[in-house]
Design a protein around this ligand. Structure first.
Ligand code: UDH
Ligand code: NGS
Length: 357
């Protein structure tokens, strides 16, 4: 009998222990679930907060809380988003710059790859920084005809550079229609006019299609004086060919450009139009601002002379008379006809009939 009661007592003791353990387990599971539900509510509150502050909501977290807590209906009823806060101005020197760059033209580049490499571009080759307000709105004007291979390299190298420079910019390729003799300066005038029709640009960078900067500290923006940017070209042994040289890549504010009545329209064929522009600036008492020889290094894509762009025999006579002709011939007397405008992903191409000599 005594043995039986001991066995019964042991069994009862074990059963009680098991029940107590089960109770403890139940309590812990309840506590864990309770604490987790508190977490979710807290996350929800935080999410709402950031939403109302106008910051970008985190997509993954947002979905999670929608699924686990509030019904979608409640979200719809939330107050309408406030307009995006005004961004702070970008710093004078972009923190994204990297300095010297390797520039080569032996590997072919494709427009598809350039598109993939630059996902933040807007149609027409437009960009503005997301996190700050750009210091300048810059239109980049490229005189063009039959240089698609060069343009690809230009887009490949320049888009990343211009984005690192934190500019609010657009790329305008001004394509001379037809086979008449080429007129670089007139195309640049057309670019100025057409870009302004699209956006309130305050700065204009005029760039040949075959020139690539080798340092991103050479910022494609405007300065208190007209700027010459391609100061140190490989083809000139990384030096200026002469002090007054203003060809290749230059920039001017709207005000500086208008002061000289824009560029001449009557330089047909190669040469002299950049010297005429220099004469215009000098006659208005402006000086040329330049980056250092180191920062201003650039490479030119080697090429043969284009058809219909032979040296202009009148150029020496023309540049001798800039001061007399500049008021009659310039942006005020510009006439042309836009044949076609194409807004591509990486640039805006404006095909124009500029007439003939
Ligand atoms: N351009 C074109 N198509 C043309 C002519 C000129 O797109 O048919 C544009 C292009 O942006 C070019 C710029 O105008 O970069 C200046 O023209 P250019 O490259 O002919 O001038 P550059 O002084 O060369 O650079 C002159 C010819 C040198 C021949 C050397 C032969 N070894
Ligand atoms: C000068 C031309 C400029 C030209 C510069 C560089 O002689 O238009 O050479 O030319 N001026 C005249 O002819 C009056 S380059 O070596 O890049 O072909 O920009």
């Amino acid at each position: 009998m005594a043995g039986d009661s001991t066995v019964n007592f042991n069994l009862l003791h074990r059963t009680c222990k098991l029940v107590v353990l089960l109770c403890l387990l139940h309590i812990s599971v309840t506590v864990v679930f309770y604490v987790r539900s508190l977490d979710i509510r807290f996350a929800f509150a935080q999410n709402q907060q950031s939403h109302n502050n106008g910051t970008q909501p985190n997509q993954v977290r947002n979905t999670a809380f929608t699924l686990q807590t509030e019904p979608a209906e409640t979200e719809k009823e939330a107050p309408a988003e406030e307009p995006a806060k005004k961004l702070e101005k970008c710093p004078e020197t972009s923190p994204l710059l990297v300095g010297p760059l390797r520039v080569e033209f032996n590997v072919p580049v494709s427009l598809e790859q350039i598109k993939k490499d630059n996902p933040n571009l807007q149609p027409g080759g437009r960009f503005r920084p997301k996190d700050c307000e750009a210091l300048q709105k810059v239109a980049i004007i490229i005189p063009f005809r039959n240089r698609d291979e060069h343009l690809k390299y230009w887009l490949y190298y320049l888009h990343p550079i211009l984005q690192r420079q934190q500019l609010d910019y657009g790329v305008y390729v001004i394509n001379q229609d037809g086979d008449e003799i080429f007129n670089r300066a007139k195309l640049l005038n057309v670019g100025y006019m057409e870009a302004l029709k699209e956006y309130d640009y305050e700065c204009f960078v005029f760039s040949d299609v075959d020139l690539i900067p080798m340092d991103d500290r050479n910022t494609y923006k405007c300065f208190s004086q007209p700027r010459h940017l391609s100061v140190s070209m490989d083809k000139f042994g990384f030096r200026l060919p002469y002090n007054q040289y203003f060809g290749g890549v230059s920039s001017m504010s709207k005000e500086q450009y208008l002061k000289i009545n824009g560029f001449p329209n009557n330089y047909w064929g190669w040469g002299g139009e950049d010297d005429d522009i220099y004469n215009r600036l000098a006659s208005k008492g402006m000086s040329i601002s330049r980056p250092s020889g180191e920062t201003g290094k650039c490479r030119m894509i080697r090429h043969e002379r284009d058809k219909q762009n032979d040296p202009n025999p009148q150029r020496f006579d023309r540049i001798a008379h800039t001061r007399e002709t500049m008021y009659k011939d310039g942006i005020k007397s510009l006439s042309y006809r836009v044949v076609k405008t194409d807004k591509f992903d990486l640039f805006t191409k404006i095909t124009v009939d500029v007439g003939k000599p």
